[in-house]
Design a protein around this ligand. Structure first.
Ligand SMILES: *[C@@H]1O[C@H](CO)[C@@H](O)[C@H](O)[C@H]1NC(C)=O
Ligand SMILES: *[C@@H]1O[C@H](CO)[C@@H](O)[C@H](O)[C@H]1NC(C)=O
Length: 342
């Protein structure tokens, strides 16, 4: 079965085609993969341009459309991405600390392929090793980015303990509105070592990848850089909410209501987690309630029972793919019908 399929696939690549009545000739078309693949690095921290060339066997084919299938290994998702394009160039984000692997097939269509597309049996492959052989020591470990309350943009990293004490660290970033990479405008220090960068006030486009690199130099030579590529709207950490307000209703029910943190984070984007700690004659128990609203009503509780509440918030999935939880608000407590803060 497999063998037969393979043969059929092979056979389909050698196609007889008839040119319209005025140009009557018969020929078979062998679809070859692109001849050469090149990678151009414009210095945008992993956003590379890939170009390839038409196979010479197809240079004289004018009557049929030619397209390409490009497959490249996405080191971030750890899978192959596949695209088709009639162009001979494509840009994509790569992790420069890993091998870059690209494969290109040729696709031939139109009359030459009986109005479907034929893909070349083989692909042209390019594998490029990361630059910097000999750079064994990393500049940093654990690169973190947090966009506090959509106001303060902070990157942090830990210097690799194996890096020489005298090494100097640098952070660079790039996104598609910048012509060149820019260096961190304001470094943050821990014990006189650069361990972070304050990017507050810099304009970053939403829903666009921003590339970061932390590299370093030392008397023993350059250190191995660390790269990150991320979209800033997915790294928001809202401010800690104020403590929630509490009222006892006419029937003893507990009414909770609260406000979104001040600032630019839109209220409709926030989801809330309310933590409830109940302490009564039967012991203590904790529960969590998730809501998109800023109010909540809970059934009446027994006279001897004490309830304490605290809330935290983050951006909901429909506003951003990711978000950090805020810190927990201060507690508000309630005992048997009357309210007090504790
Ligand atoms: C071309 O396609 C038509 C319709 O799909 C089919 O009937 C015909 O046999 C094909 N010709 C060749 C040479 O494959
Ligand atoms: C660090 O990266 C920047 C931006 O790519 C580059 O200009 C610089 O030469 C690099 N420094 C070292 C020590 O590798």
């Amino acid at each position: 079965m497999l063998m037969a399929l393979k043969l059929a696939h092979r056979a389909s690549l050698m196609v007889l085609f008839l040119i319209s009545t005025d140009k009557l000739h018969c020929s078979s078309v062998q679809v070859d993969p692109p001849e050469e693949i090149k990678i151009i690095d414009p210095g945008h921290l992993g956003y590379l341009e890939i170009t390839w060339t038409l196979p010479s066997s197809l240079i004289n084919i004018q009557e049929c459309p030619i397209s390409y299938q490009l497959e490249y290994y996405n080191a971030y998702t750890k899978s192959w991405d596949v695209i088709q394009t009639p162009q001979r160039t494509f840009r994509a984000q790569f992790d420069l600390t890993k091998d870059i692997r690209v494969r290109a097939y040729t696709l031939l269509g139109g009359r030459c392929a009986n109005n479907t597309w034929i893909k070349s049996a083989n692909y042209k492959e390019l594998v490029q090793k990361p630059p910097g052989t000999g750079r064994h020591v990393n500049a940093v470990k654990e690169f973190r980015f947090v966009f506090y309350n959509l106001e303060q943009m902070i990157c942090n990293w830990n210097k690799d303990p194996n890096a020489p004490a005298s090494s100097q660290l640098h952070m660079y970033y790039w996104h598609n509105e910048l012509e060149k990479t820019e260096e961190c405008p304001q470094y943050l220090f821990t014990n006189e070592v650069r361990t972070g960068c304050n990017l507050t006030g810099k304009r970053f486009p939403d829903f666009t990848d921003v590339n970061f690199c932390v590299n370093g130099s030392s008397p023993e030579g350059p250190l191995k850089p660390t790269y990150a590529s991320l979209q800033i709207q997915n790294y928001v950490k809202p401010d800690r909410p104020d403590k929630l307000n509490l009222l006892t209703g006419r029937f003893g029910e507990i009414k909770l209501f609260w406000k979104k943190p001040d600032g630019k984070v839109p209220g409709h984007c926030l989801e809330w987690e309310v933590e409830r700690i109940r302490e009564g004659p039967h012991g203590k128990n904790e529960s969590r309630i998730f809501t998109m609203h800023t109010r909540l009503t809970l059934p009446a509780v027994g006279h001897k029972e004490r309830n304490c509440f605290t809330i935290r918030t983050r951006l909901h999935k429909y506003c951003a793919e990711g978000s950090f939880w805020s810190e927990w608000s201060p507690k508000t407590c309630h005992t048997g019908g009357s309210k007090y803060d504790g």
